[in-house]
Design a protein around this ligand. Structure first.
Ligand code: SF4
Length: 506
């Protein structure tokens, strides 16, 4: 690899996995993807405690299994069963199909590349090579504190500028910050929370966050009675994708059919989320249902592999700024990558909506809800009310808390749920770590890194409702209605719905 120091290269190979090495060393793509997972039932591990096989569907949109690479080490079984609580909650003999929330923790832990994310990067490379397409990259909040790990840069260090420069070097026409989309999610979610609180009663309470697609799917399978309580606000990436294909395309005179939006994320579940039938709000808006809100999702690992294949020396890149149209989010948008961050972000804006005042200092550093404890609880005064909140992360912890909520053993007004351990900083598409201690150290460094970036920002940069560029988009587009339409563009583009999948478990 050109210009890559020896230590950086070794670190890259460790964090990208052996398929990354295949690309780097030979220019060929290796591993499960090229084998297409192979024929057969795609068994991996055994269902914990039962001796039954679990499966990955050969058509799973997020992860791919290759039996020929599997060494039966059972790491994936521990991730899916013990950590996420999925495998031991269904019987594949009964369901006749794989039940998966697409968190990708199996792919993050597999040391043999037998389970990987479903690669989108070959398609991304083809799009970038074709001048026909206007390519837009959206960079997730937590990518800036983890991508550097693949190139020998200190864990948790802010590589935002290098990430933008790298995506430009790969050929993306526009590179936007998903903290802008996170601010949109906050605006919609905080308004929804305040509206539900004002309505009083218990309907739709507690309100759950819904920006984690793996949590949404878990709820659709096992807790369908909670679905009316999930916020209808779309996740930041899906909101921003629909805005790129509508407002941004219109403003810049670009045919939306020529735009391809590629999200860069720590998340494999986003690969599933973008395939949900309802995630074509921009297509419905534009009367072309074929247009999707997001076209591809690259995990952070995949972006590292693309940079390696393109022989881009990430560590040596000059920093570049995000493109200005959606280039700036608030500190609230940045902390979305941490467990508890979505709640903290939403409470700042909810406080403003309820009181008309800027949030106090303790909401700009909401200490009780920060940290990596499995469940953190806190009460906060919003206007004349006390709002009871909780944040939970990790599949097994989610089952435990949701079962208590269902049994009315605990009571809250607002609950943040993130499927991956630590939230997106521990996402299934993050650079790989080996062993529990390394994994926990990575989560701590990434989490600390995100809070450090955000906490440097005082008002007016700390809260989503003060994002001037976003307020401008609301004024000129989102808060308006199109001729002949009754709903605002915000309602048409930024909200979604959920579906019970409980019958799949029967
Ligand atoms: Fe994706 Fe984050 Fe949810 Fe993990 S916690 S599935 S990375 S959204």
């Amino acid at each position: 690899m050109k210009n890559m120091k020896k230590t950086s290269r070794r670190r890259f190979l460790e964090t990208a996995g052996s398929a990354g090495a295949g690309i780097l060393l030979s220019g060929m793509r290796t591993g499960a993807q090229e084998r297409g997972g192979g024929p057969g039932p795609h068994r991996y591990g055994r269902q914990e405690g039962s001796g039954r096989p679990a499966t990955i569907d050969p058509n799973d949109p997020a992860v791919v299994f290759s039996e020929s690479l599997c060494q039966e080490c059972d790491h994936c079984e521990k991730a899916c069963g013990r950590m996420m609580g999925i495998m031991d909650r269904y019987d594949p003999e009964k369901t006749g199909k794989a039940i998966c929330i697409h968190c990708g923790q199996c792919s993050a832990i597999c040391p043999h590349e037998a389970v990987t994310e479903r690669f989108h990067y070959p398609t991304a490379e083809r799009l970038l090579a074709d001048p026909e397409w206007v390519t837009v990259a959206l960079v997730s909040p937590s990518t800036r504190v983890s991508l550097g790990e693949m190139f020998g840069i200190e864990q948790g260090a802010n590589v935002q500028g290098k990430t933008v420069a790298a995506l430009k070097a790969l050929g993306f026409d526009h590179v936007f910050d998903v903290t802008f989309g996170a601010d949109m999610t906050v605006m919609e979610e905080a308004a929804e929370l305040v509206s539900r609180l004002r309505a009083g009663g218990t309907d739709g309470m507690p309100m759950f966050t819904s920006c984690c697609p793996a949590w949404v799917k878990l709820a659709e399978y096992w807790f369908p009675e909670l679905l009316p309580s999930l916020s209808s606000a779309k996740s930041p990436i899906l909101m921003q994708g629909s805005l790129v294909k509508t407002w941004f395309a219109r403003k810049n005179g670009i045919n939306p059919e020529r735009i391809k939006v590629v999200a860069v994320a720590p998340c494999t579940a986003k690969k599933f989320e973008i395939t949900r039938p309802e995630m074509n709000a921009s297509g419905r808006f534009l009367s072309n249902p074929e247009i999707r809100d997001i076209d591809l999702v690259l995990t952070n690992r995949e972006l590292g592999r693309m940079l390696g294949a393109a022989e881009i020396d990430f560590a040596a890149l000059e920093e570049a700024p995000f493109d200005p149209a959606m280039g700036r989010g608030s500190g609230a948008g940045i902390i979305f990558g941490n467990t508890g961050g979505v709640m903290e972000a939403a409470l700042r804006t909810a406080y403003y909506l309820e009181t008309g005042l800027d949030p106090p200092e303790d909401l700009l550093r909401f200490a009780p809800i920060r940290g990596l404890e499995s469940v953190r609880e806190a009460e906060v005064r919003l206007g004349g009310r006390t709002v009871r909140t909780a944040a939970v992360h990790g599949g097994a912890n989610i089952f435990a808390l949701a079962e208590k909520i269902r049994a009315k053993e605990v009571s809250y007004d607002f609950v943040e749920v993130m499927a991956c351990p630590g939230g997106c900083i521990g996402g299934g598409g993050q650079p790989k770590t080996r062993g529990r201690a390394a994994k926990e150290a990575a989560q701590t460094s990434r989490s600390t890194g995100l809070y450090a970036i955000a906490d440097r920002l005082a008002e007016p940069e700390a809260s989503s409702y003060k994002n001037g560029a976003l307020r401008g988009v609301y004024d000129e587009f989102l808060a308006r209605t199109e001729p002949g339409e009754k709903e605002t563009n915000a309602h048409r583009l930024l909200h979604t719905s959920f579906v019970s999948r409980a019958s799949d478990l029967a």
